[in-house]
Each structure stands twice: as structure tokens, then as C-alpha cells.
Ligand binder design. Structure first.
Ligand code: 5RP
Length: 271
């Protein structure tokens, strides 16, 4: 691996722990103004100090993130479909490598829709991105997307998807957590991060999922809604960080969540 690729990988996966907390903020690229991400700057700013990378589109990066911030960026470079259009899986490449370099990103991210009508197209898009990524020293995050078919998320399907992404040269794979998750991580030769999926009922559910994923071989999270749709986003991201980087269990992380939440509530009351 060349110096540039290694350097960018270490901007995403922290060398001190070998793990990462990525904050996913790219939902608007097919969902429009998602709940609690309506005004991206307001959502993003308080969370920046606690994210190793932010994952988003160039439009939201330019409009809503201060270029002076030290944040590492993984740029979403696929799109072309919307939640109200005919087919969410019909994605192409939306952003050039020249643009990714201009934005000084640490990596680029693309969805693949395996088993869908657009499987071939999205896998060839991923392969082309890896070719370019290898040329310029920019890691590629391959995302095993399921569109509206959330029920697809089981170990059999996700291990197939992750393995295919790794075989095509993906540097980091993003997938969903599922029962028997170890089957997914042990059969994928590339590092895996988990998405959070739709908002879970309780904070404990989020923390237990994160802890189980790490225990079963994930190197971190690339999580969105379960962080910024929480009423206390800073408290939950700090609790998640404590699991990923400090090896906390879900109970200790939940205690941290409660204490940060109380601190914040007191600050607001005194303001
Ligand atoms: C959409 C994505 C999202 O970034 C991803 O789903 C992560 O966000 P969440 O934790 O809200 O699921 O890649 O394809």
C-alpha cells in the first residue's frame, strides 16, 4: 500500500485503536430533508468533535461544514435515484475523483445493490471507483445497500454482499448488523463497519448492537439516524465512542450516556 493510501486509511481507522466512529450524514442524497437533518449544519456542528470521519455528499460538505475544521471526510459519490423515483437501486457515480481530491477527502463511498436489477451496474461502478482509488491513493468504502428491502439483512445475504465487495478490492465495507454477525466478518477479508439502520427504540438497543458488532469483528460504525435522531446526539455518540475506542460494554456506555445527557440538560437549564 502506498504512503497516500496508508495515510488516508489512518485518517479513517484510528491507528491507536484500529477502530473508527464514522458519522453518516448522507441520507439526503436520496431521501431529501430527512428528519433531524433538515438543516445539516445545525445537526453536524455539535457532533464534529466526536466523529473520526463524517460521511456526506459534496453539496452538504461545502454548504454546511467549516473548511477550517479538522474533520476527516468520506465523500458519498454514488446516487441518481430517489425515494419517490421508480427504483432506488438504479445508482451511478455522481462525483469525480478530481472533485474528491479537490475536497481533500480521506475516502469515497458508494452503494452496491446486490441481488437487485442493478446489481451489475452498481458492482461495476464500485470496481471502477476502486481502480481510480488505487491510482490516487484514496480508499473506497463499499456500502451493501438494501434500498427499501430492510428484511434482506441476514447473515447469509450480508456475508455474500460483503465478500463480493472485498473481492472487488473495496478497502472498507459498510454493512448492517445482523444475527450471527460473526459469519459476515470472518468471511470478509476487508474491515467492516456497521450502519445503524432506522432509529431503534432505546439507547440501550443502539449500544448493545454496537458492542455486539465490535465483539464479533466489526472495526467500528458508520452510523447516522441512531445518533442524530436521538434527543441527545452528543451523549449517544460519546457512549458509542466509548465502546468502539475504549472497549466499554453496553452498560458502562449507557452510564456515560446518562451522565453526559444530565450535564447537557443542566447546561441548558442554566443558560
Ligand atoms: C444509505 C447510507 C447511510 O449512510 C447509512 O444507512 C447509515 O446511516 P444509518 O445509520 O442511518 O442507517 O449509506 O445508503
Amino acid at each position: 500500500m502506498d504512503w497516500g493510501m496508508k495515510n488516508r486509511m489512518s485518517r479513517i481507522i484510528k491507528p491507536e485503536t484500529g477502530k473508527t466512529v464514522m458519522l453518516a450524514l448522507d441520507h439526503g442524497y436520496f431521501l431529501g430533508p430527512t428528519h433531524r437533518l433538515e438543516e445539516p449544519r445545525k445537526t453536524i456542528e455539535p457532533l464534529l468533535p466526536y466523529a473520526d470521519t463524517i460521511m456526506l455528499t459534496r453539496g452538504v460538505l461545502r454548504s454546511s461544514v467549516d473548511p477550517g475544521s479538522a474533520t476527516n471526510v468520506v465523500l458519498r459519490v454514488s446516487g441518481g435515484a430517489s425515494i419517490i423515483g421508480p427504483d432506488l437501486t438504479d445508482e451511478g457515480l455522481t462525483t469525480s475523483f478530481e472533485e474528491a481530491i479537490r475536497l481533500n477527502v480521506a475516502g469515497v463511498g458508494i452503494s452496491v445493490f446486490i441481488g437487485s436489477e442493478h446489481e451489475r451496474q452498481t458492482l461495476l461502478n464500485l470496481s471502477e471507483l476502486v481502480n481510480q482509488g488505487e491510482r490516487y491513493g484514496i480508499p473506497v468504502l463499499g456500502i451493501t445497500a438494501v434500498g427499501k428491502e430492510l428484511e434482506k439483512r441476514d447473515a447469509r445475504y450480508l456475508s455474500l454482499c460483503c465478500r463480493i465487495c472485498a473481492e472487488l478490492g473495496t478497502h472498507i465495507v459498510k454493512t448492517y448488523y445482523c444475527d450471527e454477525f460473526e459469519k459476515v466478518t470472518t468471511t470478509c477479508p476487508a474491515p467492516i463497519v456497521i450502519a445503524g439502520g432506522p432509529k431503534l427504540e432505546t439507547e440501550m438497543d443502539v449500544l448493545e448492537m454496537t458492542h455486539s458488532a465490535i465483539q464479533q469483528g466489526a472495526i467500528g460504525v458508520d452510523m447516522g439516524r441512531n445518533i442524530w435522531q436521538n434527543d441527545h446526539p452528543v451523549a449517544i455518540i460519546r457512549a458509542i465512542r466509548s465502546i468502539v475506542h475504549e472497549g466499554n460494554n453496553a452498560k458502562h456506555a449507557h452510564d456515560l450516556f446518562l451522565s453526559v445527557k444530565d450535564e447537557e440538560t443542566a447546561k441548558t437549564a442554566n443558560a
